[in-house]
Design a binder for this molecule. Structure first.
Ligand SMILES: [Fe+2]
Ligand SMILES: [Fe+2]
Length: 128
């Protein structure tokens, strides 16, 4: 469901690859939650969630090191945007994932949309 599209490319390989990995990890978590026929136990759901969270946090740390070195970019503002998303992810209630599946799917969609906007509004500044 989260397709990489070329408009999101920054032409910085490591960043582009990390963004693609994030979209893949979101799709994987979405599929895990969205497939009632598959025997997804809590361990599988947690593993997909942790993988998605790790991809995102490691990417933010990598990017923040780049921003810090580039004085043209507003470091605090960009870093604060990252932190708000990490707070959102950490607030997701996976323990009740069978009861609030739709809510979680909406939250995953929100994260995907957040990245599309964030890349366009913030990460693009790496190349301009
Ligand atoms: Fe990014
Ligand atoms: Fe960013």
């Amino acid at each position: 469901m989260f397709r990489w599209n070329k408009n999101l490319t920054l032409d910085i390989d490591r960043i582009d690859n990390q963004h693609q990995e994030i979209f893949k990890s979101l799709s994987k978590l979405h599929d895990t939650l969205n497939c009632p026929n598959r025997k997804n136990n809590m361990n599988t759901i947690w593993a997909s969630y942790e993988n998605m969270k790790d991809c995102i946090i490691l990417h933010f740390l990598f990017e923040e090191r780049m921003i810090f070195k580039n004085s043209n970019i507003d470091f605090e503002k960009h870093k604060n945007e990252h932190q708000l998303l990490v707070n959102f992810i950490e607030g997701m209630d996976l323990d009740n994932s069978f009861l609030n599946r739709m809510h979680l799917l909406n939250q995953i969609q929100f994260i995907g949309n957040w990245f599309c906007k964030h890349i366009e509004l913030y990460d693009e500044k790496f190349v301009h």
